[in-house]
Write a protein that binds this ligand. Structure first.
Ligand SMILES: [Zn+2]
Length: 343
């Protein structure tokens, strides 16, 4: 697994043909290594897809990488961000400052950015710690309360909806709304070249994080949304995928089907586990501890445990909406507990 994930140092800006370039932008201290920022040229100036992490080294890599492709960052017409996460949207504000261009983002993620920007850092930490306690976490909740949070990204100037055309004169770049990894994640279909900028939605070797926050929410089902978004992208056929991490690959439909199968399998195994442990209803934390992760639970740092619990919660929520698990009754204020149904 993960054979294609390469170090940032091995990456170079690349001319992908058809007036599309990719620029690797480092993510300091992250095992993900780098974000691929794409530049799409048009007679009215280039548009970027994503921008990278907000850090001076990342900025230098973006500016110099674009220059190596013949693109002056000051001439950028706009930045479309696939979703609000800091490794995608972080530098969008800096690009806007330098170029005077616009930032576009799906309206659902723009709403999250508005919320984040309005929330003091302390109350964000408190929100996270409280969410973890409600899921049955112990010491992890305190550790997260003391952790760092990246600055929220810049508020976009333009809010996107499914099917919108990006302002890129002479080319056809259409928004394909793919909720799941975030509520407002979008892929961008360059219809004049049958290429799909997939952001984090479809990556060649890894799968994006799908979580629910707060964990015990019942009004959303991001994993089912994600599976629907995979089906949607699979409907685009054999388009070349230009993902935000790792490297471009052929046949987005085949990879989307593979990721769907991976999650359906994970759902089956979770359902089996819940049936096996059915005597005792389990908290989200207990479920996360029992699931299989890329490292043993004891090796996961508190923040990683928090993400694993988010992923466990998303899978439980999908099983719940499909009728395979339910919430056990409990006293108010108790952590929520799940149990298998007799279906
Ligand atoms: Zn992401």
């Amino acid at each position: 697994m993960r054979t294609r994930r390469r170090a940032y140092s091995a990456q170079r800006p690349a001319d992908l043909g058809g007036a599309v370039w990719s620029v690797p932008v480092p993510i300091p201290g992250s095992p993900l290594g780098y974000t691929l920022v794409y530049a799409v040229e048009s007679p009215a100036g280039p548009v970027l897809v994503d921008a990278g992490w907000n850090h001076q080294d990342a900025w230098t890599a973006l500016r110099d990488g674009l220059a190596a492709c013949g693109v002056d960052v000051r001439e950028v017409r706009g930045v479309v961000v696939t979703h609000y996460h800091p490794d995608h949207a972080g530098l969008a504000g800096r690009v806007r400052e330098e170029s005077g261009g616009w930032i576009a983002m799906h309206e659902a993620d723009a709403a999250i950015v508005r919320l984040m920007r309005g929330m003091p850092v302390d109350s964000h930490r408190e929100f996270q710690a409280e969410m973890m306690r409600r899921a049955g976490a112990g010491a992890e909740a305190e550790a997260v309360r003391a952790s760092e949070r990246p600055d929220p990204p810049a508020q976009p100037d333009r809010e996107l909806r499914d099917g919108d055309l990006i302002d890129l004169p002479g080319r056809v770049l259409r928004v394909v709304w793919t909720p799941g990894h975030t509520p407002g994640h979008v892929c961008l279909h360059l219809e004049d070249a049958d290429r799909l900028f997939t952001g984090d939605h479809v990556l060649p070797d890894i799968t994006p994080h799908i979580g629910i926050y707060p964990y015990d929410r019942q009004d959303v089902d991001p994993l089912e949304d994600f599976l629907g978004s995979l089906t949607r992208v699979a409907g685009l056929g054999e388009a070349q995928a230009l993902p935000a991490h790792e490297e471009p690959f052929a046949d987005v439909a085949a990879r989307a089907a593979e990721i769907r199968a991976h999650h359906e399998d994970k759902l089956l195994r979770l359902r089996d586990m819940m049936t096996g442990d059915a005597a005792e209803p389990l908290t989200i934390w207990q479920v996360a501890e029992r699931m299989t992760w890329n490292r043993p639970w004891s090796d996961l740092a508190p923040v990683q445990r928090g993400l694993a619990a988010g992923e466990a919660a998303a899978h439980l929520r999908t099983l719940e909406s499909r009728g395979a698990v339910r919430r056990a009754p409990g006293a108010p204020g108790d952590p929520v507990r799940f149990t298998a149904t007799s279906q």
